[in-house]
Design a protein around this ligand. Structure first.
Ligand SMILES: Nc1ncnc2c1ncn2[C@@H]1O[C@H](COP(=O)(O)OP(=O)(O)O)[C@@H](O)[C@H]1O
Ligand SMILES: [Mg+2]
Length: 248
């Protein structure tokens, strides 16, 4: 297995609170990983930190992408290296049209690439290409547009934060098909999720709790832990459980 990204002992504070807490993991080339954890485990914080969003760049530890450190690199540097993020809540861009958003990262601004990507995520090009990415698009539609832009980009690494949130049931299968296409192109996909349906689509999974990876392995293995132990107890990190019991 070729390692694409290595995260070593990553810690990050937000608002004076340690949200990521010595997190380590390896992501492999052309693999679909899932990172599962309950609400507040630190999943989005991890994705935002790896992407280098502003406010998430003062981390301790190391993030290596193809052996190169991401320290000091901003979001544009990281995007240029082939790292992308589909946001949990995609942003609105007043006045920016879908076609320009999808083609923006491409050198060859080929309209048919945008059309193909929209079709794959289930948006009719004739209806959506010239729509603005503003409040007239629903959250689910903005998520699909964002996934279309990732498809057109063919990045090396794509984090998809809660890819099924706001997406209707019929469209979820399309999202999963789009992920298969990305994988065939050699993209490593990381689902960030608390949904078992999304987890099932992965090749390998991590369990995140209290800002660190507490278990990893096959989807079957992590699914069992997540359902039977993590969901009912909300946190299986022994240090955190100990802290909770002491606080009682
Ligand atoms: N900007 C922030 N300032 C302070 N705390 C934050 C901030 N963003 C997130 N948190 C806290 O960090 C924890 C993890 O949040 P998040 O990464 O969004 O969790 P998840 O995506 O796993 O649901 C939560 O307790 C959340 O309240
Ligand atoms: Mg989240």
């Amino acid at each position: 297995m070729n390692v694409l990204m290595e995260v070593k002992n990553l810690s990050l504070e937000l608002g004076g609170k340690k949200i990521l807490n010595g997190l380590s993991m390896e992501l492999w080339e052309s693999h679909v990983h899932a990172i599962v954890g309950t609400n507040g485990a630190g999943k989005s914080t991890l994705a935002n930190t790896i992407m280098g969003l502003s406010g998430y760049r003062e981390f301790e530890g190391e993030i290596l992408f193809r052996g190169e450190s991401l320290r000091g690199k901003d979001i544009n540097d990281r995007a240029g290296m082939g790292i992308t993020l589909g946001w949990q809540e995609p942003a609105r861009y007043e006045g920016l049209k879908v076609i320009d958003f999808v083609l923006a990262p491409l050198i060859d601004k080929d309209r048919s690439a945008a059309e193909q990507a929209l079709l794959t995520v289930g948006l009719k090009p004739e209806e959506y290409l010239y729509r603005a990415i503003d409040k007239t698009l629903s959250g689910g539609e903005r998520k699909k547009v964002e996934l279309a832009s990732i498809l057109a980009m063919k990045p090396k690494l794509a984090f998809l934060d809660e890819p099924d949130s706001g997406i209707d049931i019929e469209s979820i299968e399309r999202i999963f098909r789009a992920v298969k296409i990305l994988k065939e192109h050699g993209t490593t996909v990381v689902f960030i999720t608390h949904s078992l349906a999304v987890l099932k689509q992965a090749d390998h999974a991590f369990l995140l709790c209290g800002g660190r990876i507490v278990d990893k392995g096959s989807v079957k293995h992590i699914r069992r832990y997540f359902e039977e132990e993590c969901m009912p107890c909300e946190c299986r990190d022994p240090d955190i459980r100990r802290g909770r019991n002491e606080a009682k």
